[in-house]
Design a binder for this molecule. Structure first.
Ligand code: ADP
Ligand code: MG
Length: 691
């Protein structure tokens, strides 16, 4: 029977219901899924053909086990006698796991071994890489040819897969079976492109990615499969873009906003040129009858909140609702109070803050006002995603710090309106080309400059032995009326330890260093109510020094705080440090950012810290970051909402990405392409901001 790519895995020999379940729960359902389950790395197990073995040579040999014994000397070890096809004896030596290997490597077992030959009372290999071959077959057998005598693929696996015998060897077996069967692998790329870009045909590429004949053919296969991935990604972008362009927006162009004009005349300062330009551009993008998706990039402290609010008023003035989404409750609260402050003596505008864990009655009332349209601006965090939340007429979704949200979350909130416009904001600049190729028709608006009157932040890097002097300076600035942050790193892997060190440092500072000052502690494990109390106290100036983890990383705005000390600064990423630094330099006073590390820091960290001391320009820093770490890290790939590619790499393969985009535009004709075909290749959820 002929296999088809879309067939379920149960049509394969050796895949019963149990294995099938396990594969399904690991995201592998069809023949095609398995073919696109690429090896994580390869071993060169081309068989050593020489008859005469020599010392120092790395060899791959097939043979069987003749004996094994534990040798006790200075160090005890397991010695397994291995006989090659040429009747040569090689001792396989195991210092570690002797008992385990003794049980596993029993007499007569057929093995393939790889390792470096040494000579010590005969040939020996210490801790060889080995694999047990099927007992009935020898190396000529096609089954064994999957595992030896060639470049052999190693597959990603996990506990559940291994329990079903799906380790590298298991995968090799089923994937080998597929490739040997009469399987039709149709070409999916247009012929013109294959010729133009000199790509391997799909069937050949899939063969070579699993069982490469040579390094060269493996490279060709990679190239082709990466291209394919980018191409379909671009096609889907185009497809979705077209769909979106077919959707009508109801209110356009946006009428003039009274409230906006009032806001501007009430502000104690002028909007910056960048803010004004950004507002104009965004308004321009909303002047068509198609929904707008806009990414507002503005460096930390450039005043994005006010820009967004200015836009929001254009909707609310027409009774269209706006959602303002923030990544943390601290930030949501801050936005809420900022808006109330800006609103000042503006006419009544119903702004509502929705937080998690509110009393049922209060929440129900708020939801009621969302639903009947009374509330015009709804501010909140993930709390706004819940199913029971509905709006009467949601027209604009503002997403602050958009990189903190997943794609699904953004899609979720959009689905609460008919075709709401999206205004996403970020302080993490994404290079324009990358943005275009990844987000398709997302409009980009950039604000580079900060409000006038800000002084440069003095950034310095010190070793920890300078702490006493730094504490003296902090005291001096606090005596002048300023406030200070001291930030500790907190990473997932060592969360508990990190938290403990933050708390114990807080105690130490409070009792021994600044007993006469008021210190506050703020970290993510505190209850929301406690957090907002501490934040309030800090805002009001009742707390002099806020000891904290990265919960203050994004958005927090306390202009009177002018000193930021970052402990273990080498443990932070560059954009994170830049974000943190943005907590100071928000008012008229001179601000300082002190980076502390011990004397041994990695060279990457050295590069980051030096860059940070040299420039305050977030755009320049992101370029540097891109060089040091790559875009995944820069954007925090998993959280960034950027598509995750199986084999392609947005940074390393940027040339290929450009080519794929060009070709998709030229040959793609997304309208004519089978919708499902595209979708199969690139799941819907991975695309940002499109319908
Ligand atoms: P970010 O872009 O980092 O989100 P914010 O919106 O929090 O920045 O603004 C930073 C600070 O700058 C706030 O205190 C805000 O009130 C202030 N601000 C915003 N616009 C202006 C302006 N045009 N002139 C002076 N200060 C401004
Ligand atoms: Mg902000």
């Amino acid at each position: 029977m002929k296999l088809l790519l879309g067939d379920p895995l149960s049509s394969l020999k050796g895949i019963g219901p149990k294995r099938q379940d396990t594969l399904t729960s690991n995201g592998l359902q069809t023949i095609s899924d398995l073919l696109y389950y690429f090896p994580r790395r390869y071993l060169d197990r081309s068989l050593t053909e020489q008859i005469i073995l020599s010392q120092g040579q790395t060899v791959t040999l097939v043979g069987n086990i003749i004996d094994s014994y534990l040798a006790h000397g200075k160090t005890s070890r397991l010695i397994v006698g291995f006989r090659t096809k040429n009747n040569e004896r090689i001792n396989l030596v195991f210092f570690k796991g002797a008992n385990f290997f003794q049980k596993q490597l029993t007499k007569n077992l057929n093995l393939v071994i790889t390792g470096r030959l040494e000579y010590f009372k005969g040939f020996q290999i210490v801790h060889p890489d080995f694999e047990i071959l099927d007992p009935e077959s020898d190396s000529k057998d096609s089954e064994n040819l999957l595992h030896v005598g060639r470049i052999v693929p190693l597959y990603p696996s996990n506990e559940s897969l291994k329990r079903e015998g799906l380790d590298s060897r298991g995968f090799r077996r089923i994937i080998g079976q597929i490739l040997e069967s009469k399987l039709d692998i149709p070409e999916v790329l247009p012929k013109k492109i294959i010729t133009k870009r000199k790509l391997l045909p799909r069937s050949e590429a899939l063969r070579q990615i699993h069982f490469p004949d040579s390094l060269e053919s493996w490279e060709h296969a990679c190239q082709r499969l990466k291209y394919e991935e980018f191409f379909f990604f671009q096609l889907l972008l185009l497809y979705k873009m077209n769909l979106r362009r077919q959707i009508q927006r109801e209110l356009w162009p946006l009428p003039k906003s009274e409230s906006y004009n009032k806001l501007v005349s009430n502000l104690p300062f002028q909007l910056t040129t960048d803010q004004l330009n950004a507002i104009e551009s965004i308004k321009k993008y909303t002047s068509s009858d198609r929904p707008m998706a806009c990414l507002l990039q503005g460096d930390v402290g450039s005043g994005k909140t006010l820009t967004a609010l200015s836009i929001a008023f254009h909707y609310t003035d027409n009774n269209i609702q706006v959602v303002f989404l923030a990544p943390t409750e601290i930030l949501a609260r801050q936005h809420y109070y900022t808006i109330l402050k800006y609103l000042g003596n503006l006419p009544f505008l119903n702004v509502e803050l929705l937080l998690g864990g509110e009393p049922k009655k209060i929440r129900a009332d708020k939801l009621y006002r969302f639903k009947n349209g009374e509330t015009l601006i709804a501010i909140g965090t993930h709390s706004l995603f819940q199913e029971d939340i509905q709006f009467k007429d949601l027209g604009l979704v503002i997403i602050d710090e958009q990189h903190k949200f997943g794609v699904e979350q953004r899609e979720n909130i959009r689905s609460k309106g008919k075709n709401p416009d999206i205004l996403a904001m970020t302080a993490t600049p994404i290079p324009r080309t990358l943005c275009l190729t990844l987000y398709g028709d997302l409009e980009m608006v950039v604000m580079r400059n900060k409000p006038a009157g800000r002084q440069a932040i003095d950034t310095r890097w010190f070793f920890e032995d300078k702490k006493p002097g730094i504490y003296n300076s902090i005291r001096k600035y606090i005596e002048q009326g300023r406030q200070c942050y001291i930030v500790y790193p907190l990473v997932e892997e060592s969360e508990k330890l990190d938290l403990n060190s933050c708390i114990s440092s807080f105690e130490d500072l409070r009792l021994n260093v600044f007993p006469d000052l008021k210190l506050g502690l703020l970290h993510g494990k505190m209850k929301n109510l406690e957090k907002s109390k501490v934040m309030d106290d800090f805002k009001k100036g009742h707390i002099h020094i806020l000891v904290t983890t990265t919960v203050v990383e994004v958005g927090v705005d306390v202009p009177n705080a002018t000193v930021l000390v970052v402990e273990h600064a080498d443990r932070f990423g560059l954009s994170q440090l830049h974000q943190l630094r943005g907590r100071v330099g928000r008012g008229h006073h001179k601000s300082f950012c002190i980076l502390l590390t011990n004397k041994n820091v990695s060279s990457d960290a050295k590069d980051r810290l030096t860059a940070l001391c040299e420039t305050e320009d977030g755009f320049a820093l992101s370029e540097i970051d891109l060089k040091i770490r790559g875009p995944g890290e820069l954007l925090g790939l998993r959280q960034s909402g950027l598509p995750e590619f199986k084999i392609a790499n947005i940074q390393e393969d940027d040339q290929l990405l450009k080519e794929a985009r060009e070709d998709a535009l030229q040959f793609g004709e997304p309208g004519s392409l089978e919708k499902n075909e595209i979708r199969n290749r690139f799941q819907e959820g991975r695309i940002l901001f499109t319908n």
